[in-house]
Ligand binder design. Structure first.
Ligand code: ADP
Length: 275
């Protein structure tokens, strides 16, 4: 329906109604489609380790029955596959729990600096393993925002973990928290997680937060990834009325920037804050 010229006769509001109904159906269909795709992808992802487990059980019952050395090897692989299934199920459950609360903004006040320090500490065994130092550049004074502590830990954990996993060729991961200077109307804080690894080719950037999307499936598997981490991050940020931007210089690393509304900002962030 296009608004008619002034003075031109038109029938009362009926065309407006038709437009609304069509839009609604399309949105419903899109959501329905996303749900079906998700169930199909999740089943497929779970089936792969399950098939591997079944195969090894059959081998243990048959050909490897009297071969303790092979049994040891296969059991180690089986434990690995079971771990993979557990991680997938945990992430699928996290995602659906967050989706259920998607429209309720967290009511608690939390200190972002405490959450960042806590998360970096919890990840110190992984950073030691990877030989990467996590450098924090965050204010000494508390930075309070409205948020859910566990969910924000999950956001920061996923971003630092990815930086450690995929940026391991660099020596550092830099985590900074700063006030967004160009957001007078919508005061906000920006958390940036930067690594100096391989980076991400530009064509992949818009799709990173899709469920099960991986730039390189093999390296994600090798790093015990599920392809759900950034989808979870995106959903948590939506609930916090925040946003994420990714910048990457292939070959030089990637920066994930998370913008969260400051405490005095009760509206949440507009679609685009920075120029
Ligand atoms: P995964 O469980 O596979 O790590 P994520 O949703 O966390 O899933 O990330 C999706 C994909 O984005 C990863 O598989 C990886 O290919 C890419 N990616 C995420 N973070 C980085 C990073 N810091 N550097 C390079 N690639 C990254």
């Amino acid at each position: 329906y296009m608004p008619g010229n002034a003075g031109q006769e038109r029938t009362p509001s009926l065309p407006d109604f038709i437009l609304v109904v069509i839009q609604d159906l399309t949105e419903n269909r899109r959501l329905e489609r996303m749900r079906t795709d998700f169930v199909a992808n999740a089943s497929h992802e779970l089936r792969t380790p399950l098939a591997s487990l079944t195969g090894f059980i059959e081998t243990l019952q048959g050909p490897a029955r009297n071969d303790p050395e092979a049994q040891d090897r296969f059991l180690t692989i089986m434990l690995d596959q079971a771990g993979r299934m557990r991680r997938l199920i945990d992430d699928i459950l996290s995602l659906s729990r967050i989706e259920l609360k998607a429209h309720v903004r967290p009511a608690n006040t939390v200190d972002l600096t405490e959450i960042i320090r806590h998360t970096a500490d919890a990840l110190s065994p992984l950073s030691a393993d990877m030989g990467v130092e996590v450098r924090l550049r965050i204010p000494d004074t508390p930075v309070r925002i409205k948020g859910d502590r566990d969910e924000l830990i999950q956001v920061i954990e996923n971003l630092i973990e990815n930086a450690l996993k995929y940026g391991h060729s660099g020596e550092y991961v830099d985590v900074t928290l700063s006030e967004l200077s160009d957001s007078q109307d919508a005061p906000a804080w920006q958390l940036a997680v930067r690594d100096y690894g391989e980076g991400i080719p530009p064509e992949h950037l818009p799709r990173l937060t899709e469920r099960f999307y991986r730039v390189d499936v093999e390296s994600s598997r090798a790093m015990k990834g599920t392809g759900l981490g950034l989808a979870i991050v995106k959903h948590i940020l939506t609930r916090h009325r925040g946003r994420m931007e990714v910048e990457s210089d292939p070959g030089k690393g990637a920066t994930f920037k998370v913008n969260l509304p400051a405490l005095e900002n009760t509206q949440g962030l507009p679609e685009k804050i920075s120029a």
